[in-house]
Design a protein around this ligand. Structure first.
Ligand SMILES: [Zn+2]
Length: 138
C-alpha cells in the first residue's frame, strides 16, 4: 500500500517584512534634495521618522514614514534625536513624511502597508499607558 501523504505545508511569508516596506517609494524619496532647507549635499538617503508614527521605540517605522535627508543631516538626526533635530531646523518631520507619502507615485503600496498594519495591530490591542491610566485610582 502506498504511503499516505499529507499535502505540502503552506510556506509562511515574513509578514512583518512584507507589510512594512516599499522599496520603490524609498527610491523615489531619495530622488529629492535634502529636506533641511537650503541643504544641497549629496548623497541623499531615505530617513525614517519615529515620533508619532507606527514605529515604536524598538520597531523601525514602515516605509510610509520616511523623508529625504542627505547623509550629513541623516547622521545628525540620529545623533540629536528627532525632537531636537526638528527644533534646530524648524521642521515637522511627521507632516513632511505624510506629504511625501501623499505625493508618492507609489501611494497605493503605502496605503497597503497602513491597511496591513491596522489589521495586524488593531487600536484596542496597542499598549496602554498604564501609569496615566492608574493615577487617580489609587
Ligand atoms: Zn542635508
Amino acid at each position: 500500500m502506498a504511503e499516505l501523504r499529507l499535502p505540502a505545508r503552506i510556506q509562511k511569508e515574513s509578514r512583518a517584512k512584507v507589510s512594512r516596506t516599499c522599496p520603490p517609494h524609498r527610491a523615489w524619496v531619495r530622488k529629492h534634495h535634502c529636506s533641511v532647507p537650503g541643504s544641497r549635499r549629496l548623497p541623499v538617503e531615505c530617513a525614517h521618522v519615529r515620533i508619532g508614527t507606527s514605529g515604536g521605540t524598538a520597531i523601525k517605522p514602515s516605509d510610509r514614514w520616511c523623508i529625504s535627508l542627505c547623509r550629513h543631516h541623516h547622521a545628525e538626526q540620529h545623533r540629536l534625536g528627532q525632537r531636537s533635530f526638528e527644533g534646530r531646523y524648524s521642521l515637522d518631520l511627521v507632516t513632511l513624511a505624510k506629504e511625501f507619502a501623499r505625493r508618492s507615485p507609489h501611494w497605493r503600496c503605502l496605503q497597503a502597508i497602513e491597511n496591513l498594519n491596522a489589521a495586524t495591530f488593531p487600536a484596542k490591542s496597542r499598549p496602554v499607558r498604564r501609569l496615566a491610566a492608574r493615577s487617580g485610582a489609587d
